[in-house]
Design a protein around this ligand. Sequence first.
Ligand SMILES: *[C@@H]1O[C@H](CO)[C@@H](O)[C@H](O)[C@H]1NC(C)=O
Ligand SMILES: *[C@@H]1O[C@H](CO)[C@@H](O)[C@H](O)[C@H]1NC(C)=O
Length: 801
Amino acid sequence: MADRGRRQALVLILCLIELSAVAGQARYSIPEEQAEGSFVGNIARDLGLDVARLISGKARIITKGGRQYVDLNKDKGILVIKERIDREELCGKTTPCSFSFEVILENPIQLYRVTVEVTDINDNSPLFPKDEISLKIAENAALGTRFSLENADDADVGVNDIQKYTLKPSDHFKLEVQNQPGGGRFVEMVLQNPLDREKEETHSLVLIASDGGEPRRSGTVRIHITMLDVNDNSPVCSQAVYKADVKENSPEGTVITTVSANDADKGVNGEVTYSIAHVAKETKQLFEVNVKTGEIKVAGKLDFEKSKTYQLNVQASDHGGFSDTCKVIIQITDENDNVPTIQLMSFSNSISEDSPPGTTIAVLNVDDEDFDGNGAVKCSINSDVPFKVESSLTGYYTIVTEDFLDRESIPEYNLTITVSDQGSPPLSSSKNINVKVSDVNDSPPKFDHSEYSKAVAENNSPGLSVFTVSASDADWGQNSRVSYFLQERDINGLAVSLLVSVNSDTGVIHAVRSFDYEQIKWFEFNITARDAGSPPLSSVATVKIIVQDQNDNPPQVLYPVQTGGSLVAEIVPRSADVGYLVTKVVAVDVDSGQNAWLSYKLQKATDRALFEVGLQNGEIRTIRQVTDKDAVKQRLTVIVEDNGQPSRSATVIVNVAVADSFPEVLSEFTELTHDKEYNDNLTFYLVLALAVVSFLFITCLVVIISVKIYRWRQSRILYHSNLPVIPYYPPRYSDTLGTGTLPHVYNHEVYRTTDSRKSDMKYMQPMCQSLVSVDGAGDDVPEMNNSLSLYSFGQTYSSVL
Ligand SMILES: *[C@@H]1O[C@H](CO)[C@@H](O)[C@H](O)[C@H]1NC(C)=O
Ligand SMILES: *[C@@H]1O[C@H](CO)[C@@H](O)[C@H](O)[C@H]1NC(C)=O
């Protein structure tokens, strides 16, 4: 350019120097960018020269330095474009733009100046230095803030130069273009609406520069605006209120819920931290919030029974001090964690067995701190007891009897009270109570047997303990303490208490006296067993004492009567045949059974060959024909034995006279008596001595017994119902007794003859007789009166004594 400028200056100077020599000049105007050969001007005509002159004058163009854009067509006398002309290259922004050259002719030299003006065409577009402009603008930039933009350039000039800038879109920015004094332009973008990164993070704008050419040309530059974040937003909780349920007793660390807050800002400005604010200290200890994530966890022991709901305020803050508070309502849900409790409000551990059904024994209070089903309690007791649970008020139960109780069958009950709630799983607890049934005297004593029977041998020692009755009483304590009492009654006129006594504590029955079978064969009495309850209860048992016979009585000979001195003899006629019944020994034994089963034997006899004695019946019969040689006086000793162990016996002497007439007998017997006395002298004294000793002893005994018996008899009325069977003697028999003879006609069958066992029963009864016979036996010299009184016994016995 500078070069070109210099060249132009040189041309100018040449022109000025040679101006005087210049014959004429021409001026043309052509647009730039004409193609080569394009017509510029008809120089021959314009200069007034003809073509021949041009040729002769060897016309040529002289360009002073620089390029030759135009050529001369001498034949036509016209100027044409020799080289394409770029106005912008030739002149730049200078206007108007022209170049000059000379056309020189020789012969004569003629110099002509030609000036060609080059006009602009719009062949250049506005051009920005960069395709894109990047801007970073803080979102909080103030309105009116200016941002200068680079301006575009257009090589064209004039109207073809940049005429206008436009900015699209223009919602936030407007364009201001200022023309500078130096001719340049200053393009600025002015913020006219606030920006928000949170709405639009980037903005893309296009700046268009347009020229005024025809056609119009334009250039663009893209403007890329990146918003810079400013902490201008608070965190915002995503929910105003958070609600969450958590079970009580949840372990620490259990996540309850997560709060979250959003901060529209970016990066550090959008980081939110969480914390629990404005809450009671206790609550704060139960929960923790994760600073970064907002997760709320259990941090302590939650107890539904303490608090059912908690409210937390969780503050969400960003680093710029903006914050929001999220409300968190935490509901604690109930867990069945409380065992129901039983409290005995009142309880009597003893209940009387006569309590009616429905009697209350205990009042319970049952409680469960849990909620709803977890706290709904049921109360029950074991089913094997006659008690039931009744609910009175809520939470209160009574235990009542369901039935009558009987201490004697079940004296105590173990009740297990169970309460359980309806949680899942249910919790329960139980309590054991022991109920004692207290005794009421409702059971009478009970004897082992209702009837006792005991055999006691007679002649027992007084005071003998016979046996023991015992009664038990199912009751308890005093109510079961049994005492025994003898019921007084008369036994054959004798008070039973004189026979037996009972130990009231032990029930041992003692014999008060020695029993005599011959007097009392058995007796019955009642024993009362009575407990010590109030009122007392009693029961009765009947005791039968059977007195057993002992062989304590010797047989007693009733006939023939032993008179001692008197002479009694049976007369056997010499004509008597074999088997003649001489007499019959009659004996009784007051014992019974074997003890009274008598047998008769011949012990001694004058002539053993003549008589025999019936073993069973005591009949004395001849066993051979009586002869004249046989002595008149025959003396037989018959021994009567009972069958007892040991056996007792009695002897009887039977005198038999074998004679045909009484005087014969008499004379013989007087002699006989003397003889006998003589013969038996020694024996007699021995017997006498023995008898005296025995007599003294027996007399003492008899006196003692008699006195006792007498007293007893006095207190007693003989009962007639039990009259003994008295041996029956026909009146004739007793009448003739006085004479000392016994007629042959008497009833043998009265006595035990063949089988004394068969007649036992007849001899069971006459107990009083034995006394007589004992007395009589003791008497060495039984008298007729004695025997008499025996036969009339029953009516006159006591008078005999
Ligand atoms: C009741 O319980 C006690 C003690 O556990 C026991 O000794 C007794 O035998 C029980 N009674 C009944 C009737 O089960
Ligand atoms: C014993 O008592 C009963 C009634 O309890 C009575 O029937 C009976 O006759 C009594 N027996 C005697 C021997 O007292």
